[in-house]
Design a protein around this ligand. Structure first.
Ligand SMILES: [Zn+2]
Length: 278
């Protein structure tokens, strides 16, 4: 692969990869004219921009058309399943067919949210896995407090051969191996640097290097102030808006946690992202 890669692709593949964010979010929209050049200057090679409702998908596709570093993922997030419309599976598949670089996400299981409908979540996840598998795409999975249930679903389904991402992995260390055997990659979130989240950091010292990725989940999951490099005005309700440029700080923290040089970590994550997302 390396010998035939053009110079520009090599440069691209060795920048920061944000394995999971939501650049399409309305809270980021007014600031995109500063966010995009800031990420370019930083050396962001690629960001996996994930849909949360079907209403997002056209906007994500448009962002991918306009910005070379945007890679689109289309999915239905478990928090917003009530918004799903009949026929979504067919339309999801059409978005994938229209763009060979597109993937599936964000989908998943969440027992942390108020009033979760686990059976509906499982059904959407299963159908999304089937669509990803038959179209040879990666899938990005959200999971909160439903790790055993997720493992059960994954063990019963045919999974995408290229693997899947457990974004902002907050499961126990003991489940890293069984998930990895099924093809999991695990992305580290800067949110885990916040006080009280120390137990979330522990698995990331142990996760195999060839399954490691890093993410911002911007505009969600902000880093603590001490690590935040790029700020944005808060939402009217006071909620912090995470800037995708904070991916550099996420990498810096992960490099310190794993005691690996930043340049090596950049290379490791680039290789992993290329394997998973192509
Ligand atoms: Zn997300």
């Amino acid at each position: 692969m390396a010998s035939t890669t053009s110079t520009s692709t090599m440069t691209m593949s060795h920048g920061y990869i944000d394995a999971h964010n939501h650049l399409q979010a309305t809270s980021l929209e007014p600031f995109l004219e500063q966010i995009i050049p800031a990420c370019e200057d930083l050396g962001v090679a690629r960001m996996m921009v994930n849909g949360i409702t079907e209403q997002d998908w056209a906007r994500i596709s448009d962002l991918a058309r306009r910005h070379a570093f945007v890679a689109p993922s289309y999915g239905l997030h478990p928090w917003y399943l009530k918004q799903k419309q009949a026929g979504w599976e067919k339309r999801l598949e059409q978005w994938l067919i229209a763009d060979p670089k597109a993937h599936v996400g964000e989908v998943g299981l969440d027992l942390w949210m108020p009033d979760p409908d686990l059976s509906a979540q499982i059904e959407i996840l299963q159908r999304s896995l089937q669509i990803a598998q038959r179209n040879h795409r990666a899938i990005t999975i959200h999971c909160l407090q439903a790790w055993e249930q997720l493992l059960d679903v994954l063990r019963l389904e045919r999974l995408p051969a290229r693997g899947f991402l457990l974004h902002a992995y907050s499961g126990p260390l003991e489940l890293v191996e069984p998930f990895a055997e099924l093809g999991a990659y695990f992305s580290f979130s800067g949110y885990f640097l916040n006080p009280g989240k120390e137990q979330r950091l522990a698995p990331f010292s142990e996760i195999p290097a060839d399954r490691l990725l890093a993410e911002t989940d911007a505009p969600s999951m902000p880093l603590p102030d001490s690590h935040t490099e790029f700020g944005l005005p808060p939402q009217p309700d006071g909620e912090i808006v995470n800037h995708p440029g904070n991916i550099r700080a996420v990498y810096a923290a992960l490099s310190a946690l794993r005691k690996v040089d930043l340049s090596d970590l950049i290379e490791i994550c680039a290789k992993n992202a290329n394997r998973l997302f192509g």
